[in-house]
Design a protein. Structure first.
Length: 234
């Protein structure tokens, strides 16, 4: 049973969502504003957060940013009434793992949440516990990353993206393939969201190695993890 924190100032919507999540077998907590939710998260972190963007006291974007700045890697799904790529990209840049535009069906929301929860604990313990490539280490059971010996604060979605790339070094993966690897459901999403994830990861890795260039853009095709043996584009 996962602990889910639902944050929205619409009590009627919260009532509907609580019933749906409880029916799906989750333990549900609720909050009506961002400031109260932040304090609740700091006291007792849940397994996943579903938060509206437009909240009193503290909006969803600010809540997301403060959690990431404090080192929290709890999966965050943002709900927005603004169907624009600017809002989606901003939310993801601040560290959100996914977004959903209102109005939405509870079935789609539950599917997105299930996908995020699978990514958080998606691997059973086994002989393969780490992946490594060019100074990057992924600890599969802990969902933690290190680069050049330094910890890299990644979200669940960022971790899954890195894993997809380094499992096939030198191979070009399309945005659709990377979306499938990071989201794991059949819901529609703008494939350009992958560009936002990649930009975030590059910034984090460049903070450790200034000339980091392993995540390569292949124009018109997607991205690949460029190994030391791969030729650079002319």
């Amino acid at each position: 049973m996962a602990r889910i924190l639902l944050i929205d100032d619409d009590n009627a919507l919260l009532d509907v969502l609580v019933v749906a999540f409880q029916a799906a077998g989750h333990h549900v907590e609720r909050s009506l504003d961002g400031a109260a939710a932040l304090a609740q998260l700091q006291r007792s972190p849940p397994d996943l957060v579903v938060s509206d963007i437009n909240l009193p006291a503290l909006d969803g974007f600010t809540l997301c940013r403060r959690l990431r700045e404090a080192g929290s890697q709890v999966p965050i799904l943002l709900l927005t009434a603004r169907d624009t790529e600017i809002d989606e990209a901003l939310g993801l840049d601040l560290g959100a793992d996914d977004y959903l535009t209102k109005p939405f069906s509870t079935r789609v929301l539950l599917a997105r949440v299930a996908a995020l929860l699978r990514r958080r604990g998606w691997r059973e313990a086994g002989p393969e516990s780490t992946l490594s490539a060019d100074g990057l280490e992924l600890f599969l059971e802990q969902l933690q990353a290190r680069f050049r010996g330094q910890p890299v604060p990644v979200t669940v979605t960022e971790f899954r993206l890195l894993e997809a790339l380094i499992r096939r070094p030198g191979h070009v993966l399309s945005r659709d393939q990377l979306l499938d690897a990071t989201r794991g459901d059949d819901s529609a999403a703008a494939d350009r969201i992958i560009d936002t994830y990649v930009r975030r990861l590059r910034r984090k890795l460049e903070a450790i190695e200034r000339d980091f260039d392993r995540i390569e853009t292949v124009i018109g095709a997607g991205y690949r993890w460029r190994t030391a043996a791969d030729p650079e584009d002319p």
